[in-house]
Design a protein. Structure first.
Lengths: 631, 661
């Protein structure tokens, strides 16, 4: 009896000790829970290249979700397509002390299509599982394998790529046959281990006890702080295509081969091109006319299937259906330009992505295609998917970056144009007629150019009700009613948008005693105060360079005079320049403000200087004038 | 608890009024591929003058057919658009979603589509290409078919004609007469064999010109008498979204059909949800509803083991059970009328579930503990108002009603911060159907919250010579205000993040010694207190110092900006916001002038604003109160509300001016 009792008692004790072994939250070092919402407890990613066209991935991770902010990470997901399959899915949920709550069944894993926004068809799919638990912290553990039967790129290892994620340990193993070469890039200071066994080379990168980063505004990314490795093939085989991408020249050759012979136009289209350009004298004129034709006659429809993700649809086909994706439309435009005797190159570009790394050729640094026209005087670039921008304007997300021209001689790196602060301008003249009862008639006349043209272009396309709603919500003028509103692009050949607003405010002047207070910067105030950060870690930048010029003319109400106007202000720093001028004459006050910012990337230690620069602007933008009754 | 729902009644009346505005419509016939030159001249005007496209016609025919699988419902659809500008290009890509489950599903039978362009006065037709048709298998139930039409340009006319076959005959695919672009002509005809009875449900603000007649249709050689229902709407304007609404679904004109009975000669009469009691009887035997709550063994074991409580005190037992469910099943953010499993045990083991999983578990536990409880079926705000007629499919959620003493309270265990009689905001759609499974009966009950949700903001401050304000801030939030604040607090990773977020729109505010009371006691107001220091909010000009006394709490803009409104304003719950402030200022200052007291009250005191100001030596006291006493205001009351808020914005923006002596 006694022995039996002992046996019954020891089993549960043993179980709980065992279960609490690995994932008990109390075992996480304190440094790793600071500022963290997710702790990567143990991650292992093993990628093995079998041949240029086949590979496999074994992935396993355990993560502790510390609080609600970490819930976004509480999911397993893996994408796959016709050339890959996901198998051996396993997942387990543990509570805070590391006790197992449940193992997931294979029916708990969901499978669905993963067609990206703006695309009509792709064969991309996703397998996923969302973990849910009633209380924090909890730990999730999952693993799966992927086999690839067609390769374009190798994976990246970037175990903590978000704010608030810390790493207890993570390891990346990359195995490749000795007969094959590859290349890699890694974060500063990360050690590379390699060993050779049985005709294969195994590389290992790992990290331990990496603390979480607290959110930093305006950050340009976490890559300078956290460990990462990116690996890329030199040769690959995918969907019956073979490529050598040792360098950008070769990658360009591969792209050139994919698009070879696809620039044949139907006779009818050729005739149309000739008719369009028949009166044009210069290549510039011809380009403008053909670009206009392209914009009026095609629409963006994206279909990405296998190698079709890299090979344009033939120009002949586009001519027949009048739609296509960035590759199809760029290639169609190239064909039309060719017919007009103008040479052009397809351009591989990362839209809203960093520049291509000049010394590291790979397929996953780009997501877009545009066209480059090397003219005698000047090089012109065309964004062929836009329905609205003028010829030659490629948009902020394509500008100022290293791209790859696809030429007959292979790939050639080039730089796209830079849009300077003075290009991305906003110029605004506002007239304000004040009356004694606090009412005001206001007319606002604004011009937005380049990047600012792009960010306001949406207004041009909205219907009037929506336009009014947006304006009402965006202007901080109290109790206003819009009397008229219009948007136009006066010259289709330049990226400048005109906005005209007429409105009435029943309460522009703040009433206080016999004095009337007037915030002189009516429209374009620096909003919110950015707070200083001690020991910032990441680089920062503003979204884009710009130059804002505002002039506001106030006509005072009858019976009032200017009692006080602020002194002129100039604030200058390496981040930008700000001026505010206040002038009064008889019954008018003229306020002029300029603000110029550059989107240079600044090192973290400069951030607090930037904050104090912004604070000064914030204060300057709140300056008020005082009007007093004439006795 | 039972009262006729005022909103429902007013909507009903409105619908009746629009029915009165009958206009003669002409039935039109359109042939596929026969486009008239004049259709290219179609212009849009008035409120729709900026429309990106216009529906020239949209004609649907619904009927039944016999196939190898049995009776199926077929909907033919023939639609033609004119594309006005590039924003309308999206209509050149058609997407149709199909559903399949347990061998039954919907499918596409045939599709024709073409684009017509006018070139040199001639119509050029481009038919859809074979390789422009795509099938995306979204998941195991849904398939998306996509079609990209060729040569779509500004001014093109595009046309689709297709047939959708459905194995589901219980509810027929609804027909919408209106969408966000204008529709010149929309017609729907449903032909239903006399053996099948459907309830019709029409909705929206347009008159549907309903007519019906008897026709014959042949099925497998046999001729059957059929009832044919026809609806035509001409010149339906584009429908635009407005703020403070439940869902646009409540305002769009549509018609749908739900099966009520089948009487095939020689077969037994089958009746479906023709009355509420029958509907309830159906729910009772439903595997993922009535049968779910009948599976008691696990429920019993929970009550014997895990759930601690005083079995003899029903009220305290109710709270124990409610708390147990709240804290042990996590809501997976899915709102459902039916459970995802067939047994409560599976839900408690998963520790996660949809709203029905959670609330039916709660119900089963309450019943087992011998507490009087009922289920309340809800159509959430997103789902739109329930039409009121016995239709099961219009519900999408379920909560629990339980008796405490003589009162029926509502319980919704999907959020830890809920308490007795505090259900989620999405359920505040004014009414719910209280269902008694045992007696197979049902009655409408109001789900409106009569308690006013209060927010109190109380500053006690001293101003120093540098114009810095320092002192105490007390916040108290009850009911839905408290729920919102608790959800905010708990969704932040920690208190520091929560306060950072709180300060983010309050420039110059510094917080120390933050304390929170009643965080885990959702039936009491959430009380917060803190020491504050406020910089940069008092400004100076010459010998004057001035500031906006409401500091960060001022209503900066009128939420009602549109000049007129067609729909009711639906706040969801009544609310009150009280701002109190006391400021002591330095002795060498004096008040330059005192703001006046003001009081604005809407008719019947449905909403009010008071602003009171007092001064004594070097101390200022201020009280600003906004009260909204009812959840819904009619479109007629919109103007009053707008005026009220206009005055609130004006008054709260007034500044206090101090003068240095």
């Amino acid at each position: 009896m006694k022995r039996l009792l002992l046996f019954v008692l020891t089993v549960p004790t043993f179980n709980s000790v065992y279960a609490q072994g690995i994932y008990d939250v109390s075992k996480i070092p304190a440094d790793l829970t600071k500022n963290a919402s997710v702790v990567i407890r143990n991650e292992q990613q093993t990628y093995e290249v079998k041949s240029p066209g086949s590979a496999s991935l074994d992935y396993k991770t355990a993560m502790t979700i510390l609080n609600k902010n970490g819930e976004d990470a509480s999911i397993m997901r893996e994408f796959y397509d016709k050339f890959s399959s996901v198998s051996s899915l396993k997942a387990t949920l543990y509570d805070g002390s590391g006790n197992k709550i449940k193992d997931y069944k294979s029916s708990d894993f969901k499978d669905r299509s993963a067609v990206s926004d703006g695309s009509i068809y792709e064969d991309s799919r996703i397998k996923y599982l969302e973990f849910l638990h009633t209380s924090y912290p909890y730990t999730i553990e999952f693993s799966y394998s992927v086999s690839y039967n067609g390769v374009r790129s190798y994976p990246m290892w970037y175990p903590a790529s978000s704010w608030g994620h810390s790493i207890e340990q993570s390891k990346f193993t990359f195995i490749i046959p000795e007969t094959m070469t590859f290349k890699y890039l890694k974060s500063k200071g990360l050690a590379t281990d390699s060993l050779k066994t049985k005709g294969k080379t195994e590389y290992n990168w790992s990290c331990k006890n990496i603390s979480a980063l607290e959110y930093e505004p305006m950050s340009t990314g976490l890559r300078n702080v956290l460990p990462w490795v990116t690996v890329a093939p030199n040769q690959f085989e995918y969907d019956n295509a073979k490529a050598n991408i040792e360098n950008w020249k070769n990658l360009g050759t591969f792209m050139q081969d994919l698009s070879k012979g696809l620039q044949v136009l139907p006779e009818a289209t050729k005739a149309k091109v000739q008719a369009i350009i028949k009166d044009a004298k210069t290549p510039e004129e011809k380009i403008k006319l053909l670009y206009k034709f392209l914009q009026a006659n095609t629409r963006y429809v994206s279909v990405q299937l296998g190698i079709g993700g890299y090979r344009p649809i033939a120009a002949e086909k586009v001519a027949n259906v009048s739609y296509g994706d960035c590759k199809a439309l760029s290639n169609y435009m190239k064909a039309m330009l060719e017919e007009a005797g103008i040479k052009s190159h397809l351009v591989v570009i990362g839209n809203d992505m960093p520049s291509l790394n000049k010394n590291f050729a790979s397929m996953n640094q780009a997501n877009h295609m545009i066209l480059c026209l090397p003219l005698q005087k000047d090089t012109t670039w065309l964004e062929c998917t836009s329905q609205y921008v003028p010829a030659g304007y490629i948009g902020y997300n394509n500008s100022d970056r290293t791209v790859l021209l696809v030429t007959d001689e292979g790939g050639r790196l080039a730089q796209t144009p830079v849009y300077k602060p003075a290009d991305n301008y906003q110029k605004r003249i506002t007239k304000v007629m004040l009356s004694e009862d606090g009412n005001a008639d206001i007319s606002i006349d604004s011009k937005y150019a380049y990047a600012q043209f792009e960010s306001n272009l949406g207004m041009l396309l909205k219907d009037p009700t929506e336009q009014r709603k947006t304006v009402l919500n965006s202007l901080s003028i109290p109790n206003m009613e819009i009397s008229n509103l219009s948007y136009s692009q006066p010259d289709k050949n330049s990226a400048v948008l005109d906005e005209k607003i007429g409105l009435k405010s029943s309460q522009l002047l703040t009433k206080g005693a016999d004095k009337l207070f007037l915030t002189l910067n009516l429209l374009n105030r620096q909003d919110g105060v950015v707070t200083p950060i001690e020991n910032r870690k990441t680089y920062f930048a503003v979204d884009y360079s710009f130059n804002d010029e505002d002039e506001i003319i106030y006509i005072l109400p009858k019976g009032y005079k200017v009692e006080f106007i602020p002194k002129d202000i100039t604030i200058e720093s390496e981040f930008g320049k700000y001026t505010a001028k206040f002038a009064s004459k008889e019954n008018t006050i003229v306020y002029t403000r300029t603000k110029t910012m550059t989107n240079k990337k600044y090192p973290p230690e400069k951030y607090n200087e930037f904050v104090s620069f912004y604070k000064k602007i914030y204060q300057a933008d709140k300056q008020k004038g005082i009007l007093a009754k004439i006795d | 608890m039972i009262k006729i729902n005022a909103l429902l009644l007013s909507l009903f009346l409105l619908a009746c009024t629009s029915y009165a505005q009958q206009v003669k419509v002409n039935h039109k016939v359109f042939k596929y591929g026969k486009v008239d030159l004049t259709e290219f001249d179609t212009k849009v005007s008035g409120v729709d003058s900026a429309a990106s496209a216009v529906v020239l016609f949209d004609v649907g025919k619904g009927y039944f057919d016999f196939t190898a699988k049995g009776l199926v419902y077929v909907q033919d659809r023939h639609t033609r658009y004119k594309i006005i500008n590039k924003n309308g290009y999206d209509y050149g890509n058609l997407e149709l979603q199909f559903y399949k489950s347990q061998g039954n599903g919907t499918s596409l039978d045939q599709l024709d589509a073409a684009t017509y362009n006018l070139e040199n006065g001639k119509i050029v037709t481009s038919k859809i290409n074979k390789d422009a048709k795509f099938t995306e298998k979204q998941d195991k139930n849904f398939t998306l078919k996509k079609f990209a039409l060729p040569n779509v340009k500004e001014g093109s006319i595009i046309e689709y004609k297709y047939k959708i076959i459905s194995d589901f005959i219980f509810t027929l695919r609804p027909w919408y007469f209106q969408r966000d672009i204008p529709t010149l002509y929309s017609e729907f005809t449903a032909t239903i064999p006399e053996y099948y009875r459907y309830r019709q449900n029409a909705n929206g603000f347009l008159f549907l010109n309903p007519t019906q007649e008897n026709v014959n249709q042949s099925f497998n050689g046999a001729t059957l008498n059929c009832r044919q229902y026809n609806f035509i709407v001409e010149n339906a304007p584009g429908l635009k979204k407005e703020s403070f609404i439940t869902t646009m679904q409540d305002y769009v004109s549509r018609v749908n059909f739900e099966l009520t009975s089948i009487t095939v000669p020689g077969e037994a009469y089958k009746e479906f949800t023709t009355t509420w009691p029958k509907l309830v009887a159906g729910l009772k035997t439903e595997e993922k509803f009535g049968q779910f709550v009948d599976k008691k063994s696990f429920i019993k074991s929970l009550l014997k083991g895990q759930i601690k409580g005083d079995q003899s005190n029903k009220d305290s037992m109710l709270v124990s059970i409610f708390n147990y469910v709240k804290n042990n099943i996590k809501w997976n953010k899915e709102t459902e009328l039916y459970t995802s499993e067939t047994n409560p045990k599976a839900i408690f083991e998963k520790k996660a579930g949809n709203s029905a999983d959670i609330n039916l578990c709660l119900y089963a536990l309450l019943k087992e503990a011998d507490i009087a409880a009922s289920l309340i079926l809800i159509s959430t705000r997103d789902n739109g108002a329930h039409p009121g007629l016995p239709m099961l499919t219009a519900f999408n959620n379920v909560i629990v009603g339980a008796k405490i003493g003589e009162n029926v309270v509502m319980l919704d265990a999907t959020d830890k911060n809920h308490c007795v009689d505090l259900i989620s905001y999405s359920n505040l759609n004014h009414q719910g159907l209280q269902v008694d499974l045992e007696n197979e009966s049902a009655q409408w009950v109001s789900t409106d919250d009569n308690k006013i949700s209060k927010k109190n903001i109380n500053y006690v401050l001293t101003m120093d010579n540098e114009h810095k304000l320092s002192g105490k801030l007390y916040l108290s939030s009850s009911n839905y205000e408290g729920l919102a604040r608790r959800d905010q607090y708990l969704s932040a990773a920690n208190e520091t993040d929560f306060l950072k977020d709180y300060k983010s729109d309050k420039p110059g505010l510094g917080i120390k010694n933050y304390e929170v009371t009643n965080l885990n006691n959702p039936s009491e107001p959430l009380i917060e207190s803190m020491d504050v220091e406020i910089e940069d909010n008092v400004e100076e000009a010459g010998n004057l110092a001035y500031f906006t006394p409401l500091l960060f709490e001022r209503t900066k803009e009128n939420p009602f900006k549109l000049e007129e409104r067609k729909f009711p304003v639906d706040f969801g719950f009544p609310s009150e916001e009280i701002f109190r402030m006391t400021i002591e200022f330095p002795k060498d200052y004096q008040l330059d002038k005192m703001p006046k007291n003001e009081k604005i009250i809407l008719p019947d005191e449905t909403a009010a604003f008071t602003f009171m100001f007092a001064a004594e030596d070097n101390r200022i006291m201020l009280n600003s109160k906004i009260t909204v006493k009812k959840p819904v205001f009619t479109a007629e009351e919109y103007y009053d509300l707008k005026e009220l808020f206009k005055n609130i914005v004006r008054k709260q923006a007034e500044q206090i001016v101090l003068k240095k002596i």
